[in-house]
Design a protein around this ligand. Structure first.
Ligand code: ADP
Ligand code: MG
Length: 169
């Protein structure tokens, strides 16, 4: 994303305390082979409203995954500011408010559907909310498959387990 892309209130002041996603002046440079570097994001702005759905579209390699990985605290910006509801990605992740459904579903193959969706509770050492897990399984249309392992599911079903797991906390 070598151009600034801004939805809604262009030119709004820097994000602290606002709601939704507030990305301002985000640049990410990766070290590449033979001492070269790749600028995946250059001075990118992105503002969304709380509760909105956002899709990033663009050609392969334009920086979509990098922006998501920075939002998810899996990469750090080279420069720029990133806030979600006024919090940094690190703060969001630390407080368990962030869910990620990875492009490759990243399910644990030895665990059942239900057990994969329980995982975020276990990792966060929170009491497992079984009623909510039932709701999530219904939400993604996987009733009847609670005891199935990922290898017994279609690719789309695995992705739906991954989405339910991302929503668990
Ligand atoms: P997209 O998801 O839009 O296809 P990416 O965000 O994955 O693109 O990648 C954007 C650019 O950054 C690409 O040129 C890619 O090669 C580079 N890139 C992404 N991650 C790394 C990394 N960890 N190290 C080096 N270069 C990277
Ligand atoms: Mg990608």
């Amino acid at each position: 994303m070598t151009q600034s892309s801004t939805t809604a209130d262009a030119g709004a002041p820097l994000a602290q305390g606002g709601t939704g996603i507030r990305i301002d002046g985000l640049t990410k440079t990766f070290a590449a082979s033979r001492g070269r570097s790749v600028t995946a994001l250059h001075d990118t702005d992105l503002h969304t409203d709380q509760g909105s759905f956002l899709a990033l579209l663009g050609p392969s390699g334009c920086g979509k995954s990098t922006i998501l990985r920075i939002l998810a605290d899996l990469e750090t910006p080279t420069t720029g500011q990133v806030r979600v509801d006024g919090k940094t990605p690190h703060e969001l992740r630390a407080s368990g408010e962030l869910g990620i459904a990875f492009q490759d579903h990243a399910l644990l193959p030895w665990r059942s559907v239900r057990s994969n969706i329980r995982l975020p509770f276990e990792v966060a050492r929170r009491p497992v909310d079984d009623a909510y897990i039932d709701e999530l399984i219904a939400l993604v249309g996987l009733q009847g498959f609670e005891k199935s392992r990922p290898a017994q599911l279609s690719g789309g079903m695995r992705q739906r387990v991954s989405i339910a797991r991302a929503l668990a906390l």
